[in-house]
Design a protein around this ligand. Structure first.
Ligand code: NCD
Length: 360
């Protein structure tokens, strides 16, 4: 059931637990309106999105299909507001918009926007909403996308917001593409159930881990293993969610002992841009948390290796040619699932399903 976000004050909305915020962010048919955090996506919606992404992927293989898709949302325009470094997520969203025929505009450097003249974020975002029908937003601040969603929903031109990464907090669309990759990888091998997913690297500050860990709780019997040096171990907030949902998990710093039991190894980069005291990450010994040929030798044949990218040296390039290395395919999956999300946000999914049924 959807509720109207304009019926609550920002303070009231802000205080709600994430799960209680969800009804305020959805459309009456259950599709997302604002996409702000992973907790909005339950099993049914994830299935719908994956199905739509599969259809879009198939349709896009032909010229006629590409032209059909490109006609779906030509009446909508999207703003890419990325005030934090990004290449793949930015281009992935831009490509997703292009697939649906949605023209885009962008602000990537706030030092050349009017924010530099002292304009508030609220005013900047309201300005964008005058020209666009969707804002896709990446910012270093936790909760900013959420606040802007509330601001816009209370303005005279409400438009949806998609969170493309908010500080160390959440990266819901990365989690969608990670789930889509897991679903596709295990599609003919019994599905996404009864698996062990191993997270390795900077689990404290990596927002992709926080979002994916939550989405995995929608699937039956998925154990989560967190492998990190102690100072970068996963936060208590993530573990509290798993405990409340009765999800099995383990924390360890013994990467090599954990690999043979993993169905998926999700590697992450050390997020040293968040160091408070310059260079503190460099003092942590991360040498045992890298995936090279020796680790590959410990990984079962059925298993996969994932990474949200960009990588540094946490996965050796020697591993790239192994069929279990899924990270390049994972990135392309991102484009399809983001196209599906935008299509749903704009209410185009029925036409896409119909086209698919008629032609495949
Ligand atoms: C991730 C991010 O921005 O959180 N990148 C991405 O969107 N694929 C991961 C990272 O930067 O390490």
């Amino acid at each position: 059931m959807s509720k109207k976000i304009s019926d609550v004050t920002w303070k009231q909305f802000q205080k709600l637990p994430l799960i209680e915020k969800t009804p305020y962010l959805m459309q009456s048919d259950g599709a997302p309106y604002h996409t702000l955090f992973a907790q909005q996506f339950g099993f049914g919606l994830l299935e719908q999105l994956a199905l739509l992404a599969n259809e879009i992927r198939a349709i896009a293989k032909t010229r006629a299909g590409t032209e059909f898709l490109r006609a779906q949302a030509t009446h909508k325009r999207a703003m890419l507001y990325f005030s934090q470094p990004s290449s793949r997520t930015f281009l992935s969203f831009m490509s997703a918009c292009q697939i649906l025929g949605v023209p885009t505009g962008e602000v990537r450097d706030t030092s050349i926007s009017s924010e530099f003249k002292g304009e508030s974020r609220e005013d900047s975002v309201r300005t964008f909403s005058s020209y666009f029908d969707l804002i896709i937003m990446r910012t270093p601040e936790k909760g900013l996308a959420e606040h802007m969603a509330w601001v816009l929903s209370n303005s005279d031109r409400p438009i949806p917001i998609i969170n493309a990464g908010s500080g160390q907090d959440q990266h819901p669309t990365q989690a969608l593409l990670d789930i889509y990759t897991l679903l596709r990888s295990f599609e003919h091998k019994g599905g996404l159930r009864d698996r062990t997913v191993l997270f390795c690297g900077d689990l404290l500050r990596g927002r992709t881990v926080r979002s994916l860990s939550y989405l995995l709780t929608n699937y039956p019997n998925i154990k989560q293993v967190f492998v990190a040096p102690e100072p970068l171990q996963v936060g208590e907030d993530v573990l509290a969610v798993l405990t409340a949902k009765n999800v099995a998990f383990e924390r360890t710093d013994d990467f090599r002992a954990a690999i043979p039991l993993a169905d998926a190894v999700y590697m992450t980069r050390i997020q040293d841009e968040w160091d408070t005291d310059k260079g503190e990450s460099a003092k942590i010994d991360t040498s045992r948390f890298k995936f090279g040929l020796e680790e590959l030798g410990l990984l079962p044949q059925r298993s996969i290796i994932m990474h949200p990218l960009p990588r540094r040296d946490e996965i050796a390039t020697d591993v790239d040619s192994d069929p279990r290395a899924m990270y390049w395919r994972q990135m392309r999956n991102g484009m399809w699932i983001r196209t599906a999300l935008i299509a749903m946000t704009f209410g185009c999914e029925k036409r896409i399903h119909d086209y698919y049924r008629q032609n495949y």
